[in-house]
Design a binder for this molecule. Structure first.
Ligand code: V47
Length: 443
């Protein structure tokens, strides 16, 4: 007779790795994790403890709640001077499917966004070789003026760091001897035209080898970080991403996270936060461009205060880390598999643990899927992004650009994960609205 004990399968994911005990201790006391700790978190078979540790942080920072927003993404053009190997979004000017939205269609989209109750419009596009810089400032002014006339404080989150550098070039403000001056000029013009914050795209992986193999021609880590640093200096908040699961190594992901962590130390230091000199110099290879040095400011420590507009913190810091899983379909790297579900879960959890000076970690449901985002709320994420509506950059399982979810679906997913859904604006302020009046509530 076979007994249950004889037939019980050997767990393929090991349980309770004692190597994680020292990391747990650091998480409990709020000590900064090293890159070696990051490596342990990536190599342990005990993935559930990794998720549990990330959720200790997440629950400490945002007890009982998870965020979503009502937003619209607008991809104004898919025409791009670059041909990044991982990207299936770009088209060349005369290629089938190439498009560029004119101001009339942007107006219509803005009105539709306002009508739906959106508090954010998220705008990104390709590096269009011929549009003049005025196209972008006119776009922002038009959206701002429509929103103002409608009494809406629709926030404009627009343009990746890659686009900002491109704008400096087309506006003839980019000098290789002083690229920061051109970037500053562009950001000042855009801010004046209505830009509210920068999204986190275009960062990919801060590694020169990966850059040269998969997205040569795009700005490197130094220029990406310059754009965000200057935006922070101008009082704009921004987000950041990491695109993983293609040709990069896990060690390179960790260095990317560390570089973002150091840039955030600088931003917080500038805002008056004080920290410790406890970060450790990594002895391995960093991208040649990394030159970031500031005291470590660990916001995930018990009792630390997060920078938020409601704490009267000035703008000028990274709000959220958004790990983006690579989608091979339709790209030049189609032969790769892309990351697995467990790798997605682990990477989100590790980003939450390593980026101890970031207020938020976002699971972007469009790329992670809503069921996976629900799981991620238990593995470090406190935000699942918004209603989105149109999205052209990635399409899960051959979807069209119409990728919309309702607020009810977002709220349901969050509640099922055991959290109270909180609608936020782009700067993570709570939105109070009469959901019945907006037709957002269940009858
Ligand atoms: O920069 C492009 C990535 C990014 C693929 O700031 C791909 O709140 C996977 O940055 N597979 C754009 N990823 C998306 C983005 C974003 C999304 C949601 C919220 C925010 C925010 C930012 O998508 C690009 C690039 O890294 N991407 N192609 C692909 N095949």
């Amino acid at each position: 007779m076979t007994t249950l004990a004889n037939t019980a399968p050997t767990p393929s994911l090991g349980l309770q790795d004692p190597n994680l005990d020292a990391i747990r201790q650091k998480v409990l006391t709020g000590e900064r994790l090293t890159l070696e700790d990051g490596n342990t978190l990536y190599t342990t078979k005990d993935i559930w403890t990794v998720c549990e540790l990330a959720n200790l942080i997440r629950d400490r920072l945002h007890p009982g709640i998870a965020y979503y927003n009502i937003n619209r993404h607008l991809n104004y053009s898919n025409i791009c001077a670059l041909s990044c190997k991982f990207c299936e979004f770009f088209r060349k000017k005369d290629q089938d499917g190439a498009y560029t939205h004119d101001l009339e269609s942007i107006k219509a989209e803005t009105l539709a966004a306002i009508d739906s109750g959106a508090t954010e419009i998220h705008i990104v596009g390709g590096l269009h070789p011929y549009l003049p810089f005025d196209y972008y400032t006119d776009m922002l002014r038009t959206i701002r003026s429509i929103a103002d006339s409608a009494g809406s404080n629709l926030h404009i989150k627009a343009f990746t760091a890659v686009e900002i550098v491109h704008f400096a070039k087309i506006a003839k403000r980019y000098k290789s001897t002083d690229r920061k001056a051109g970037i500053r000029w562009v950001l000042e013009q855009l801010k004046d035209a209505g830009l509210g914050s920068l999204p986190g795209g275009g960062a990919e992986v801060f590694d020169d080898r990966v850059h040269d193999e998969a997205f040569k021609g795009k700005i490197r880590s130094d220029a990406w970080l310059d754009v965000h640093t200057i935006a922070h200096e101008l009082g704009l908040n921004s987000n950041c991403t990491i695109l993983y699961g293609h040709i990069e190594q896990r060690a390179e992901r960790l260095i990317h996270m560390d570089m973002l962590r150091r840039a955030q130390d600088q931003a917080l230091f500038r805002l008056g936060y004080s920290g410790d000199d406890n970060w450790q110099q990594y002895s391995g290879t960093y991208p040649a461009t990394a030159d970031i040095d500031a005291p470590a400011i660990t916001l995930t420590r018990p009792g630390a205060t997060l920078p938020t507009p409601s704490n009267n913190t000035q703008g000028g810091y990274f709000q959220t880390i958004i790990p983006l899983p690579f989608f091979p379909d339709g790209s030049e790297l189609e032969h790769l598999y892309g990351p697995s579900g467990l790798e997605n879960l682990r990477t989100l959890a590790i980003a939450r643990l390593m980026l101890d000076n970031f207020p938020h970690a976002k699971s972007f449901w469009i790329m992670q899927t809503l069921p996976m985002s629900q799981l991620m709320l238990k593995a470090g994420a406190d935000d699942i992004d918004g209603t989105v509506v149109w999205y052209d950059i990635t399409k899960v399982g051959g979807q069209s650009t119409h990728q919309e979810t309702t607020t009810l679906d977002l709220q349901r997913a969050i509640r099922e994960a055991g959290y109270e859904p909180v609608e936020r604006d782009t700067l993570y302020r709570r939105i109070k609205r009469d959901e019945k009046e907006w037709h957002l509530a269940e009858d």
